[in-house]
Design a protein around this ligand. Structure first.
Ligand code: SAM
Ligand code: SF4
Length: 330
């Protein structure tokens, strides 16, 4: 076993795999209204290619957690089988999914049966009009049906991820938390990051973790969890004495790059050692040219070794990556 170590003492054990760059929503902070120039079908890794790379990560490189994402991973027809084959690896990794939940009402049972451990559902508001404004689609009821199906299927815990946008849902943090508490799902707020397709993200207008916490504290008593967050990005707070908690992921204002244990694989087979990386390492070409597992593992190790110390959003020379979030894999 060769760890995916970088020159700053970090070891990547958490693999995020994007299964498609396509999506059926158009969240303004992630994708343009007209969509993107989708990757050509032949450019996207096949199910077998995905499973082979995941296997190399798990068997040879110390990957212990695999999260499937996108674009929208539920659009990938072979998802259940990919999950099943990933859970059949030795050692068995934790397998989770990040999804907008459209269609999860029909697939949650099959995914749980295939071995999926956990699901994170993205939901920024429980007001239908604001949902349509943010995602440019009128599908709130379908997402809620997906949340309920995930709970009914026993996927545990079900987490909701929310991004707050100034002037749209920035006043709705307590309302969203109440909704999640009532359903028994765990809520985490994520600061908006400069990964929008239009490159209009602006630090001064971003809703900060501090603001989110102040807004929540107007309605709830929050107590910081004493245990450190470790490599987990969320800072957790106990709500009204427990048992529920709420998380805040302050990627921009309180970066956790020093503890980062993630590595990403895009739908077209590129290793990204950071969301904000300006370069990628191609595994698809060698994979399709007959490279053996050892060679692919070697290329992957080299890709992670060069990971930068931090995302550098605050650096005046910071440049946003060319690919938006949907094409990287969130
Ligand atoms: N389509 C799936 C979904 O929405 O959960 C998976 C992919 S999406 C890119 C993964 C996560 O990234 C979502 O929770 C979304 O809210 C988040 N995201 C997308 N763009 C973002 C941005 N600019 N800043 C912060 N989070 C972002
Ligand atoms: Fe699609 Fe997820 Fe991006 Fe929204 S955040 S556009 S659901 S990929």
């Amino acid at each position: 076993m060769q760890p995916l170590a970088d020159r700053h003492g970090r070891v990547a054990t958490d693999l995020r795999v994007s299964l498609t760059d396509r999506c059926n929503l158009r969240c303004s902070y992630c994708m343009p209204a007209e969509g993107l120039d989708w990757l050509p079908h032949e450019g996207v890794l096949t199910d077998d290619e995905v499973v082979r790379l995941v296997r190399i990560g798990v068997e040879r490189l110390g990957i212990t957690e695999v999260r499937f994402t996108g674009g929208e991973p539920l659009l990938r027809r072979g998802l259940s089988e990919i999950v099943r084959r990933t859970k059949a690896l030795d050692p068995v990794p934790e397998v989770s999914l990040t999804t907008n939940a459209l269609g999860l009402d029909k697939t949650a049972g099959a995914l749980a049966e295939a071995g999926l451990d956990r699901v994170n559902i993205s939901l920024d508001t429980v007001r239908a009009e604001d949902f349509a404004t943010i995602t440019r689609r009128d599908r709130l009821d379908d997402v809620i049906a997906g949340v309920d199906a995930a709970l009914a299927a026993g996927l545990n815990p079900v987490k909701v991820n929310a991004v707050l946008l100034r002037g749209i849902n920035d006043g709705q943090a307590p309302e969203l938390l109440r909704w999640c508490l009532d359903r028994g799902v765990h809520l985490r707020f994520i600061e908006q990051m400069p990964l929008d397709p239009q490159h209009v993200w602006n630090r001064d207008s971003m809703v900060t973790a501090e603001e989110i916490l102040a807004s929540l504290e107007s309605a709830f008593t929050l107590t910081p969890r004493t245990a450190g967050r470790g490599s987990a990005p969320a800072e957790e707070f106990v709500v009204d004495g427990g048992p529920f908690t709420v998380g805040v992921i302050a990627s921009v204002t309180r970066p956790f790059c020093g503890d980062c244990d993630r590595v990403r694989l895009t739908a077209d087979g590129q290793v990204r050692n950071c969301l904000f990386a300006r370069t990628e390492s191609d595994l698809r070409t060698p994979l399709r040219s007959g490279a053996d597992d050892e060679e692919l593992a070697r290329l992957w190790v080299a890709a992670v070794a060069g990971k930068r110390a931090g995302h550098g959003i605050d650096d005046p020379t910071f440049l946003q990556p060319t690919r938006p979030m949907s094409a990287i894999g969130g």
